[in-house]
Design a protein. Structure first.
Length: 341
C-alpha cells in the first residue's frame, strides 16, 4: 500500500492534514508516470456486488483480472451455474437481484476519516519496525483506500484533481456493509477495526474452511456443504510450502503484534535477532491472525492487498485485510481448516 502515496499525490489527491512542505513535495509531478488504465464502471459494479456477497474479487478497481475471474467462478459454483469465470448472461441474471447496489458511493469526508496516527515512512528493517509505536497507515489516503477495499491509485482515478480535506465530497467504490452489528464479545478496538474496514457483520458462519494451493483460494462452506465465501490468497512458497493436511482454528487474535522469529522464517537470516513488530494495518500479518493447530501457521491479513495471489508468503495463508477480517467473523475455535494441493 505504501508505494502508492507518491503516485496518488501526483494525480492531484493530496492529504489536507499534511504539512505545507509535505504537500509541496507530494504535489510535485512524478517523472515518467504511466497513466493507469481507465476504470470500467460495469466491471466495478460486478466486483462490488461479489465483494458484498462474500466472493472476494480482490481490490475494487474496475479493471478485472484473475481475482475477479476466480470470484466469478466461486459465485457461479455457489449458484449452480456453469463455471466460466466470465460475466456471461447466466451470471448476470443471477447478479440482477443485487443491481440496486451501486458501483460507487459519494461521501463527504469528515475529520475522523483523516485522523491518525500515521507513520510516514515504515522502515524495511524489522529491528527498526519494532521501535515504532504501531504499524499505522502512512497517510489518510491509504487509510481511506483500504476502508473502501481499493488502492490510493484507484481513488485518484475516481477523483481527479480532488484535494483530500474535511468537508470534501469524494467518490469511492461502494464497499459499505449492510450491518455493523458486530459480535457482543468483540473488543472496542476490534469493533473499530471492523468498522473502519467496512467489514459486513452479516457474514455467514462457516462450518469448514478449505485452502487450495493449486488455485490460491480460500473457500468457506456451511454445515450443508454449500460454498458461502471465497477469497484469493497468497499461499506459502517453495521454501515454506503449505502444510497439506487437516487442521483447525485455535483462536482469533484481532490487531495482533507479530513475533519475527528468524529460527522459523527460512527467508530471514538466522543472524538476525528476534523482534516483536507492533500492531497496525501495515503489520506483516495485517489486522488479524487466525491461529491454526499447525504450529506457527495461520490465516492473516497483509499490508499489500494488490499483491494477494501474486507473491509468496512465509508459509501461511495471506488475505487482504478486509477479507481476513471477514473470515475471522465466519470462524470460531474448532472450525476445521483443510489445506489441500
Amino acid at each position: 500500500m505504501r508505494k502508492f502515496v507518491i503516485a496518488l499525490a501526483a494525480s492531484g489527491l493530496v492529504a489536507g492534514v499534511a504539512t505545507a512542505q509535505e504537500q509541496r513535495n507530494a504535489a510535485a509531478p512524478t517523472p515518467q508516470a504511466t497513466p493507469a488504465p481507465p476504470i470500467d464502471r460495469s466491471i466495478l459494479h460486478v466486483q462490488v456486488i461479489l465483494d458484498k456477497l462474500g466472493f472476494g474479487p480482490g481490490v475494487l478497481d474496475g479493471r478485472g483480472g484473475m481475482s475477479l475471474v476466480n470470484a466469478l467462478k466461486g459465485f457461479q459454483q455457489s449458484r449452480g451455474l456453469p463455471v466460466t469465470g466470465k460475466a456471461d448472461q447466466a451470471t448476470l441474471r443471477a447478479l440482477y437481484p443485487y443491481r440496486s447496489v451501486r458501483p460507487t458511493v459519494t461521501l463527504t469526508i469528515d475529520q475522523r476519516a483523516l485522523a491518525g496516527p500515521f507513520v510516514q515512512t515504515i522502515p524495511k528493517d524489522y529491528a527498526e519496525q519494532a521501535k515504532l509505536d504501531g504499524m499505522f497507515y502512512s497517510a489518510p489516503v491509504e487509510k481511506l483506500a483500504e476502508m473502501f477495499h481499493t488502492t490510493p491509485a484507484v481513488l485518484a482515478a475516481l477523483n481527479p484533481g480532488t484535494r483530500l480535506a474535511a468537508g470534501q465530497k469524494m467518490v469511492f467504490p461502494n464497499a459499505l456493509p449492510t450491518s455493523r452489528a458486530y459480535p457482543d464479545d468483540a473488543t472496542p478496538q476490534w469493533r473499530q477495526t471492523l468498522a473502519q474496514l467496512n467489514v459486513d457483520a452479516a457474514a455467514p458462519k462457516a462450518a469448514k474452511i478449505v485452502v487450495d494451493k493449486s488455485d490460491k483460494l480460500l473457500r468457506a462452506y456451511d454445515a450443508q456443504g454449500r460454498l458461502i465465501g471465497q477469497y484469493s490468497a497468497t499461499i506459502g512458497s517453495a521454501s515454506d510450502p503449505l502444510p497439506i493436511g487437516n487442521w483447525k482454528v485455535l483462536h482469533v487474535s484481532p490487531n495482533p503484534d507479530w513475533k519475527m522469529n528468524p529460527k522459523i522464517l527460512k527467508r530471514v537470516s538466522d543472524s538476525k535477532q528476534a523482534q516483536i513488530i507492533p500492531p497496525g494495518p501495515n503489520n506483516p500479518v495485517g489486522v488479524v491472525w487466525i491461529d491454526l493447530s499447525r504450529e506457527h501457521y495461520g490465516i492473516h491479513g497483509t499490508p499489500d492487498p494488490e499483491k494477494i495471489g501474486r507473491t509468496e508468503s512465509n508459509g501461511c495463508v495471506r488475505l487482504t485485510n478486509w477479507d481476513a477480517a471477514r473470515v475471522a467473523l465466519m470462524v470460531k475455535s474448532g472450525t476445521p481448516v483443510i489445506f489441500q494441493a
